[in-house]
Design a protein. Structure first.
Length: 468
């Protein structure tokens, strides 16, 4: 039987305090793991602080080497990780395999990542260069939708840049992150990597702790604001990847049959529980009815079920709190619009909601204005491009948007007018360790991934040498 201990100061710690882990496809706990209290969290932070001086003095090569070995170890256990990920998170097994594969790729990428000093000025009088120094202890607070991937792409850039870290997975999806810590335990010096679970009660301690130099948080905008407030007392560096209300805009030259399946997939991936999922769709009024009918047909025919079944396309909502939130949006959909597919919570032991398509809904409905983070998709018509661009830009969110058209250049022109951190043309969503990702407005602060994201784990230091 596998066990899921904490990793603190290089030691794998099993304790009597246990956390039940529920499979959202059944609604029943299938195992337990160790769960920390405030004292254990303090021990992890103290260990990370003590390990920082020696770790930060190592070369990039020495800091990257353990990540490559960790990637290889994960690769060997790839299928077992995917099965466990589906059990704790609920996602279809094909998606779980994809997530584990991405983690292997991310770890390998960061194992060879480097930031070289940059010469700004080099004259007979002076030499000016920019250097990057590690910050200290990094608190990585992770969500429940991509627990393994997000933990990895916070941990890896943190340690390769010379920082130490404390990783806190979400209380409902701790297992794959704890197992990753177990694989890493003998690869890093004691205290460099710590993995600590909680009952969703230790985040404030991490965010406000004076020995934490930076918080990298992925989650809701409301929680991100609390993290920012807690971090402000010591002016910690922060990276916040928060909520989104991403729109898909179909131009008038796009055919419904070509785009409907792609839009559906991007909206209902992980049952809509993705920050960059399509949250609303805009179609030219002449194409509106056809698109609604096509999306409804897809929603009605898609296989819903336990993610461990190979043919499942739509898995459960991850936890009771989220299903209650989505039920609220179903009530809004029934009140404000016309449901043409789905609309019901399935009578089962798990947390399932039918993929739901809503039409004839007003722009001011909360279903359109807010992030539903579930399988409920409003579809809206528009008359002019200028109107829809202004409407999309009026959102308080700005994570990503997409434009769909047979004319790529025209779509790109529209995309560049949208106020969001990412714009995708003829797709929605893209992740790659070399590609930076950032939100605008209330969708976040800071950058993840790419060279820009790597630098967020460092402090810039300017060195000016006067020669004469």
């Amino acid at each position: 039987m596998n066990t899921y201990p904490l990793l603190i100061d290089g030691k794998l710690i099993e304790i009597d305090a246990r956390l039940d882990v529920v499979n959202p496809a059944t609604g029943a706990a299938f195992t337990t793991c160790a769960v920390a209290d405030a004292d254990l969290m303090d021990r992890a932070i103290t260990a990370a602080k003590a390990a920082f001086p020696a770790w930060s003095s190592k070369s990039w090569e020495d800091r990257g080497a353990p990540l490559a070995v960790l990637a290889d170890r994960l690769d060997v256990a790839r299928e077992d990780f995917a099965q466990l990920l589906t059990q704790e998170q609920g996602k279809p097994i094909a998606d779980a395999r994809g997530e584990v594969g991405l983690v292997v790729d991310f770890l390998h990428y960061y194992s060879t990542a480097r930031i070289a000093p940059k010469t700004v000025t080099d004259t007979a009088e002076r030499h000016v260069s920019v250097h990057r120094k590690p910050l200290g202890v990094i608190a990585a607070i992770c969500p429940w939708n991509f627990p393994l991937l997000i933990a990895a792409y916070k941990l890896a850039p943190a340690v390769v840049t010379g920082n130490t870290c404390v990783v806190k997975p979400a209380a409902t999806t701790p297992l794959t992150t704890l197992w990753l810590g177990k694989l890493a335990a003998d690869l890093f010096p004691a205290g460099v990597v710590n993995v600590v679970t909680d009952r969703n009660d230790l985040g404030a301690q991490l965010s406000s702790h004076p020995d934490v130099a930076k918080v990298t948080f992925t989650g809701s905008t409301a929680t991100g604001k609390r993290v920012m407030q807690a971090a402000s007392n010591t002016l910690k560096r922060i990276t916040l990847e928060l909520g989104g209300n991403d729109a898909a805009i179909l131009l008038d030259d796009e055919t419904t049959d070509d785009v409907a399946q792609s839009v559906f997939d991007a909206a209902f991936n992980l049952s809509g529980q993705v920050c960059t999922a399509i949250k609303k769709v805009y179609a030219p009024r002449n194409d509106y009815d056809a698109l609604c009918d096509k999306l409804a047909a897809i929603a009605t025919s898609v296989k819903i079920g336990n993610g461990q079944d190979e043919d499942t396309k739509i898995g459960p909502i991850q936890n009771p709190m989220q299903i209650e939130k989505v039920q609220g949006f179903l009530d809004i959909a029934k009140r404000d619009g016309k449901i043409i597919a789905g609309g019901e919570v399935l009578a089962s032991q798990g947390y399932f909601i039918q993929p739901t398509i809503v039409r004839d809904i007003d722009e001011n409905s909360d279903l359109v204005k807010e992030e539903q983070f579930g399988p409920v998709l409003p579809v809206l018509p528009y008359d002019t491009l200028d109107d829809v661009i202004q409407t999309v830009n009026d959102s308080e969110y700005g994570l990503g948007n997409s434009v769909w058209s047979a004319d790529v250049e025209r779509a790109a022109e529209v995309g560049l007018k949208l106020n969001s951190g990412s714009v995708w043309i003829n797709r929605h969503g893209y992740i790659d360790p070399a590609t930076p990702f950032a939100g605008a407005k209330q969708s976040g602060i800071g950058i993840e991934m790419g060279d820009e994201g790597l630098k967020e784990f460092t402090q810039m230091q300017l060195l000016v040498i006067e020669k004469t």
